[in-house]
Design a protein around this ligand. Structure first.
Ligand SMILES: CC(C)(COP(=O)(O)OP(=O)(O)OC[C@H]1O[C@@H](n2cnc3c(N)ncnc32)[C@H](O)[C@@H]1OP(=O)(O)O)[C@@H](O)C(=O)NCCC(=O)NCCS
Length: 144
């Protein structure tokens, strides 16, 4: 299995969207594609795909927050990561995460954050394998 991590292109969006549909039950499936198309067009963020034998098998999208309360340096966020169920557990997610972290280090960014639902044990284990640990902040929310 030949795996290659490379920047996402507009031509990858159908495959990314298909992976999203397979791994999430969100009613908002579809909005990711629109947002990614806009990000790629504006050259915003860092959008990566993992190619398996030439086909998109996973993706990771992150960006750099220009400022953040309490931080004196830029902070990067991993917004979404997903691997085709047929390829999960084969190291694609790890390669995508490591590529993103390498890119952030190259940009001089020292802190990378992500939000994970507390019940998503698989995502927590995945991020822990990349060296992430629980942060001190908590998220508050309410119904509008
Ligand atoms: C979580 C996910 C990104 C991991 O990618 P992957 O390619 O399957 O994972 P890898 O094979 O690269 O594994 C990397 C590490 O994560 C751990 N991991 C991955 N999936 C795991 C799971 N389901 N349970 C426990 N640990 C897991 C592995 O044990 C491995 O750890 P190690 O390096 O210490 O051995 C992928 O399985 C996925 O897309 N799951 C669905 C996620 C989702 O719902 N995303 C939408 C919202 S963001």
């Amino acid at each position: 299995m030949g795996v290659r991590i490379r920047p996402m292109r507009a031509a990858d969006l159908a495959a990314v969207s298909s992976i999203e549909k397979q791994i999430t039950w969100s009613k908002r499936v579809g909005s990711l594609r629109k947002h990614l198309a806009a990000m790629l067009k504006a050259r915003e963020g860092v959008c990566l795909v993992a190619e398996v034998d030439g086909a998109v098998g996973g993706f990771l999208v992150g960006d750099v927050a220009p400022w953040e309360f309490g931080e004196d340096r830029q902070v990067a966020w991993i917004k979404v990561v997903g691997v085709d169920p047929r390829h999960q557990g084969a190291g694609l997610g790890k390669k995508l995460g490591q590529a993103f972290l390498k890119e952030m280090r190259a940009r001089g960014i020292r802190r990378v954050k992500t939000l994970v639902e507390w019940y998503s044990g698989d995502l927590v284990a995945y991020f822990q394998s990349l060296g992430f640990d629980r942060a001190g902040a908590i998220v508050l929310e309410r119904f509008a």
